[in-house]
Design a protein around this ligand. Structure first.
Ligand code: ATP
Length: 430
C-alpha cells in the first residue's frame, strides 16, 4: 500500500494539512470514513496545483460538514438532495464534501438515480481511471492510496482510460471531459476508450443529455488555458455536432484564438477601466462566426445561456462585418463615430473585432476606444442640464450625448464650452 503523506506535505499548505488531519479526527469520532478524491489526488501526482479539495464521506456528509464548520468557525452551504456540502474555513480553504454514492443509469444518458452506498461503489461511478483514485484520511491509514482501477499506472503511461465499456453511454458529457483532460494534461486517450467515444458519438447518445449539463462542459472547454487544441481534438472525433449540428472548424480558428489571447492580454494591461471580460464568450463568438444568426440563437436557447451572455454573442454575429469594414478604412474617422460604433457592443465583442481585424489601423482605433473614448465623461453633469429647465427624458439624454461627441472630437476642452452648447441645445427640440 503506497503512503502519500510526504507527497501531501510537499503539495499542500500547512493549514490544508492540518485541516485534512482534522477531517480524519472528526470522521473517527462520528464513526465515519473520509477520503480525498478525484482531481485533487490526480493533480497531487502531477504536481499541478489544484485548489479544489474534494472529500467523500462514508456516512452523512452534511452532518459531517456541519460539525467541521462549527469546530472551525467556517461557513457551510449544503445541498440536501445530493447529500453534498461545501465548507469554507476562515483561511478561505474550500472543501467539497459528498456522501459516498452509487449511481444506476435507468436509461442511457439519463440523470443517474442516486443511492448512498459504499466508497468502492463511489469510485466505480467515476469517469476515468486517473480520476478514480482516493487517499484515506482515516486514523492509522492517513495518506494511504486507494487505487482499484490502476489510475497510477495510467498516470505513468500518460493515458486517459474509461472505467468500463458503457461509460459514454451512461454519460456522454464524459466525451468532452475526456478530451479536455487529455489536452490539459498532455495525455492520450487510449485506443479502446477512443473507440468507445466514437461509438457513443455515432449513436448520437449525447442528444439525450440534459442541455445544461452539456453547456457546462462546453463552457469548461472554453475556459481551459488552451481551448483551441481541445476544439481541434473534438473535431477529430467528429464531435463538434455535440455543440452545434453545422459547426465546422474554420481554418483560421487557431490563429484567431491566439489573437484573442493577445487582445485580452492587451486589454488587461492597458484598459484604464478594468471591467473584467469573459474570455470564454469571445472564443464562443469566434467559434460561431460562420454560423447564421438563427443558428446562433438556436444554440443560445437550446443551451439556456444567460440573457447577458446571449446578447453578447448575438451582437457580434449581426454587426461585426459592417463595423470592421468602417474601422479598417484608411480615411479619417472622427472619434465620436468610433465611439458610436463600438459603445453599443459588449467589451467581449469589441475584443473579438480587435482580434480578427487584419489592419493595424482598425486595431489602433479599437485600442483608442478602450484607452480614451470609452472612459470619457462630459464636464457638465445632469444637474447642470436640469438647471437649464430640461427634464429627464429623450431630449435630456440627447443633449448629454451631443456634448460628449463634441468633447470626444476635441471641440470642447472646458466646462464653459460644454455649458454654452447645452444652453443652445436646451432651447431647441432636437
Ligand atoms: P478540474 O481540475 O477540472 O476541477 P476535477 O477532476 O476535479 O478536475 P470536477 O469536475 O471537479 O473535475 O469533478 C471532480 C471529480 O468528480 C472528477 O475527478 C471525477 O472523479 C468525478 N466526475 C465529475 N464529473 C463526472 C462525470 N460526468 N462522470 C463521472 N465522474 C465524474
Amino acid at each position: 500500500m503506497q503512503n502519500l503523506s510526504e507527497k501531501m506535505r510537499d503539495c499542500f499548505s500547512q493549514s490544508t494539512m492540518m485541516l485534512l488531519k482534522k477531517v480524519g479526527d472528526i470522521s473517527k469520532d462520528m464513526g465515519y470514513k473520509a477520503y480525498l478524491i478525484g482531481g485533487t489526488v490526480r493533480d497531487l501526482f502531477l504536481r499541478k496545483e489544484n485548489l479544489d479539495i474534494d472529500i467523500v464521506i462514508e456516512g452523512d456528509a452534511i452532518l459531517f460538514g456541519e460539525r467541521l464548520a462549527r469546530e472551525l468557525h467556517g461557513i457551510i452551504i449544503s445541498h440536501k438532495r445530493f447529500g453534498t456540502c461545501t465548507v469554507t474555513t476562515p483561511e478561505y480553504i474550500k472543501i467539497d464534501f459528498a456522501t459516498a454514492r452509487r449511481e444506476t443509469y435507468v436509461k442511457p444518458a439519463a440523470l443517474p438515480t442516486v443511492e448512498f452506498s459504499s466508497f468502492r461503489d463511489d469510485l466505480s461511478r467515476r469517469d476515468f481511471t486517473v480520476n478514480a483514485m482516493a487517499i484515506s484520511l482515516n486514523e492509522g491509514e492517513f495518506g494511504n492510496l486507494i487505487d482499484y482501477f490502476d489510475g497510477m499506472g495510467d498516470i505513468e503511461k500518460k493515458r486517459i482510460k474509461a472505467l468500463h465499456d458503457k461509460s459514454f453511454v451512461d454519460d456522454p458529457t464524459r466525451i468532452l471531459r475526456g478530451i479536455r483532460l487529455e489536452k490539459r494534461l498532455g495525455f492520450t486517450i487510449e485506443p479502446h476508450t477512443a473507440n468507445l467515444i466514437r461509438k457513443s458519438i455515432e449513436q448520437e447518445i449525447y442528444k439525450k443529455v440534459k442541455e445544461p449539463r452539456l453547456r457546462d462542459e462546453i463552457m469548461l472547454v472554453l475556459k481551459e488555458k488552451e481551448p483551441f487544441h481541445i476544439i481541434k481534438r473534438i473535431d477529430e472525433f467528429r464531435a463538434l455536432k455535440i455543440i452545434h449540428p453545422y459547426l465546422k472548424l474554420h481554418k483560421d480558428l487557431g490563429g484567431i484564438f491566439t489573437a484573442i489571447d493577445e487582445a485580452c492580454g492587451w486589454y488587461n494591461n492597458n484598459s484604464p477601466r478594468k471591467r473584467s471580460v469573459e474570455k470564454w464568450l469571445i472564443y464562443l463568438m469566434a467559434l460561431f462566426s460562420d454560423i447564421s444568426h438563427d443558428g446562433t440563437m438556436y444554440f443560445c436557447n437550446k443551451f439556456e445561456l444567460k440573457r447577458g451572455e446571449k446578447l453578447r454573442v448575438i451582437s457580434y454575429n449581426r454587426q461585426s462585418g459592417r463595423i470592421l469594414k468602417t474601422l479598417n478604412a484608411r480615411r479619417k474617422i472622427l472619434p465620436s463615430k468610433i465611439y458610436r460604433l463600438l459603445e453599443p457592443l459588449s467589451h467581449e465583442a469589441t475584443l473579438l473585432l480587435m482580434a480578427v481585424s487584419r489592419s493595424d489601423i482598425g486595431k489602433g482605433r479599437i485600442m483608442e476606444f478602450f484607452h480614451k473614448y470609452n472612459g470619457m465623461r462630459t464636464a457638465v453633469k445632469g444637474d447642470d442640464i436640469k438647471a437649464l429647465g430640461v427634464k429627464n427624458g429623450a431630449h435630456f439624454a440627447r443633449i448629454m450625448e451631443k456634448i460628449l461627441y463634441k468633447k470626444l472630437d476635441g471641440i470642447f476642452r472646458t466646462k464653459e464650452e460644454e455649458l454654452a452648447y447645452a444652453k443652445k441645445l436646451a432651447k431647441r427640440r432636437l
